[in-house]
Design a binder for this molecule. Structure first.
Ligand SMILES: [Mn+2]
Length: 346
């Protein structure tokens, strides 16, 4: 509940209302609403060549893979781990009283422009809490029904989550960013750093077939475009963020050019625990972060953790995705990230 609701301008409360509706969606978004949401968001992303997002080296018009906030001051940062069709998470986050003294909510702070939100991606495909639903949907799918009741429920949740991310990106283009995860692969393709996905069943194909049958190529292609336009890393003075642990140590230029270098997309979205043979984060801190006395951290999701976080690379890398808990990292301006104190549960 908002204690300071009157501070939010009316056009912004409309945004919150829309997000609330999607957070309790009972059926999949309509074709018309969906297309308009995706187009609006793609338009924002296409024109995101800015001081914080440099273009790729071969074209001044194509936004690169890095959102770079090094050298910028005066804001807090929230990092949201993998969403995986958890449609309630974003509204809960926006309603959370982030200021212990005043009760100011995350949404109010966002409206004041003093807060950045970075999503770690993996928007679709619910995880083990919904395993039974996937198994039933797969039985139907194997019998030729791509639009079963179970699959419709799954996609209601997934698309409602996607719509909320798109609404926020369009409403707050400079301060809301969604990084690409390995699940941002609507066509379930095996190229450009993408690999077809299957875990409990054949999730990647099931989603693609559902989308093609229910929404058609135009919408599938629009989502595909959205995915290709997502950055793969965010950088700040004292921490770096990508969906997965960096497989190799990438230079700033390589990350910016990830759009045209599929091995960088792969190396920042797919890394399994144990894949990294020599430490990669430390070198990237040296070349991308600010040189000061604050301890650097590399924040990732992708691999599930028990409890609040898991450390890798001697504590340089902090994994924060717990599939069973809705939580987020909150880094106050200039303090650096301390996982012991800076992870909050919703
Ligand atoms: Mn992932």
């Amino acid at each position: 509940n908002f204690r300071l609701l009157n501070k939010i301008p009316p056009e912004k409360t409309e945004i919150l209302d829309k997000i609330k509706k999607f957070s309790c969606a009972k059926r999949p978004v309509s074709k018309k609403d969906f297309l308009s949401l995706i187009s609006g968001c793609v338009e924002v992303l296409e024109s995101e060549v800015t001081d914080y997002r440099k273009p790729v080296s071969i074209s001044d018009e194509v936004p690169g893979g890095l959102v770079d906030f090094t050298g910028k001051k005066g804001f807090d940062v929230i990092v949201v781990p993998d969403l995986h069709a958890r449609k309630e998470l974003i509204y809960k986050l926006l309603s959370y009283g982030i200021d212990e003294k005043t009760g100011e909510s995350v949404f109010e702070r966002l409206c004041s422009g003093k807060l950045l939100i970075i999503f770690l991606g993996d928007i679709l495909h619910s995880e083990s809490d919904k395993k039974e639903r996937w198994l039933k949907a797969y039985d139907e799918y194997s019998a030729g029904n791509a639009l079963s009741e179970q699959m419709t429920e799954e996609m209601t949740d997934g698309l409602a989550t996607l719509c909320q991310v798109m609404i926020l990106k369009k409403a707050f283009p400079e301060i809301v960013h969604c990084l690409k995860g390995n699940h941002e692969n609507i066509k379930n393709e095996n190229s450009g750093g993408n690999f077809a996905f299957r875990k409990f069943v054949d999730e990647g194909s099931m989603v693609y077939d559902f989308m093609s049958e229910k929404y058609g190529d135009k919408i599938v292609n629009a989502i595909y475009k959205f995915e290709l336009l997502l950055p793969v890393m965010a950088s700040f003075d004292d921490f770096l963020i990508s969906h997965a642990e960096p497989l190799k140590s990438y230079s700033k230029e390589e990350v910016i050019d990830s759009v045209i270098k599929s091995e960088v997309v792969y190396g920042l979205t797919w890394t399994r625990n144990g894949d990294v043979k020599t430490e990669t984060a430390g070198t990237m801190f040296d070349s991308i972060c600010k040189k000061n006395k604050i301890e650097k951290k590399y924040i990732t999701g992708h691999r599930p953790v028990k409890g609040k976080f898991n450390l890798r690379q001697n504590g340089d890398v902090v994994q924060i995705h717990n599939p069973h808990v809705m939580q987020f990292a909150y880094i106050k301006n200039g303090d650096g990230f301390n996982p012991e104190n800076d992870i909050y549960e919703l």
